[in-house]
Design a protein around this ligand. Sequence first.
Ligand code: FAD
Ligand code: NAD
Length: 468
Amino acid sequence: MKSYDVAVIGSGPGGYVAAIRCAQLGMKTAIIEKYATKGGTCLNVGCIPSKALLDSSHHYEDAVKHFEEHGIDIPGEIKVNLKNMMKRKDSVVEQTTKGIDFLMDKNKIDTYQGVGSFKSKTEVLITPDEGEEETIEAKNIIIATGSKPRTLPGIEIDKERIITSTEALSLQAIPKHLILIGGGVIGLELGQVYRRLGAEVTVVEYMDRIIPTMDQSMSKEMRKVVKKQGMDLKLSHEVKSVERKGKEVVVKAKDKKGNEVEFKGDYCLVSVGRVPFTKGLNPDQAGVEVNDRGQVKVNEKLQTTTDNIYAIGDVIQGAMLAHKAEEEGTFVAEVIAGQKPHIDYNLIPNVVYTWPEVAGVGKTEDQLKEDGVDYKVGEFPMKALGRSRASGDIAGLVKILADKNTDEVLGVHMIGARTADLIAEAVTAMEFRASAEDIARMSHAHPTYAEAVKEAALAATEDRALHI
Ligand code: FAD
Ligand code: NAD
């Protein structure tokens, strides 16, 4: 039987990063992945393919709607070639997943294809798609088995017309009318892709706002944006069932007043969250407990109820984000190596890759109110920036929340061009416990979108933004 210091089960951003960090720290490491390609949800059916389609559809929309105003005339009709768009997306995914194979080789990590299941607290049985089963032994085991799409009672995913994000990333035809259940992050990102490509899009959302986990002001601004883009928003509607009738899907929901309403389309994307995945893992066999939400239980060291077994990423509590899983991968490797690492969960940024992009870190305004914190707000609209006017991306704003007494930055929320990248400045500032005035006094290159961060900080400091 092969023997390791660490065996990692699952090769998503949590698992493969954990494996690399373990190898860097001198541990003999193995990684087990049930699929033939590594990279998990994120690389295969999540972050990477969705961003490839968001970028391609954005180019198309620019060509159709905005090239002319930039003085670019394209003779003839501009058409979508969905087959080629999907082919490009597949090739981006392939390059990225191959990159993980390269990294495993480079770090001398043994890789196994197959379903990993516990035989005991130190033994994992690996059942490959082809060939013999094998058991390996490891002193420490990291569970990084991720998550799968959640569905609702009354909805059966048929993977053809009633679909999850996985199928939505590989459609063969552009829907005529796509109905989204859930106006969260997946709904808006993939809804925007197909809206740009010409689909009619209806968003049926349970809450009274879209992207409900982000700051209220971001939801409000995003609502204006997606309405302008032609999405039909049905807020405060609880979906009860979806039925397929040939090529038609019928979504039934209850509105705010309790009335039953019906929406008809040709595709229905169910995007109501994700649930932890432990099927086939056999955690009981190793004494690893799972809570009633299906999450593997962990303590502050991310140690499960069995002390040599750890768990990270989507399969445990917390935000289901690739970079959160990565931080936890590094954290656990360092814990196993006897170090004392730290993760500040308050500083894990949240991003929605629509256009304009939405990003936030730290506390939202509602959370500060709930916690009874005395805070002040500084805001700056993107439309007041020279850079925004030059590119034509004038939607959005930056909002900085700072402690009224100490001026410490407590939350930064932004919507606009490239905010997915701009949020890194806020994370850095907050990591070093910057005050709004610290940010306001830093030089920001002109003309950039980042100037909105400086201006919002000036507004928060003494209500002294310069360009508004
Ligand atoms: P996963 O990536 O789910 O990986 C788990 C791996 O474990 C899988 O490969 C699975 O096959 C394997 N596995 C499971 N059980 C076993 C077993 N018993 N034996 C062997 N292998 C097993 N997050 C972001 O931060 N940014 C984004 O832009 C973003 N976009 C997304 C878009 C979509 C459409 C979706 C669905 C998700 C997106 N996410 C995004 C979320 C992100 O993909 C997840 O948070 C992230 O992949 C979680 O990483 P993980 O390592 O915990 O699990
Ligand atoms: P989500 O939690 O973002 O949104 C789900 C939405 O569905 C919520 O707004 C919720 O109110 C709504 N909903 C729930 N039940 C409903 C019902 N019966 N009727 C109508 N609406 C209902 O989940 P998601 O969009 O499915 O994404 C899943 C996970 O994947 C998220 O946790 C997210 O972190 C991750 N993800 C991240 C990114 C990113 O970082 N950009 C992109 C995609 C996915």
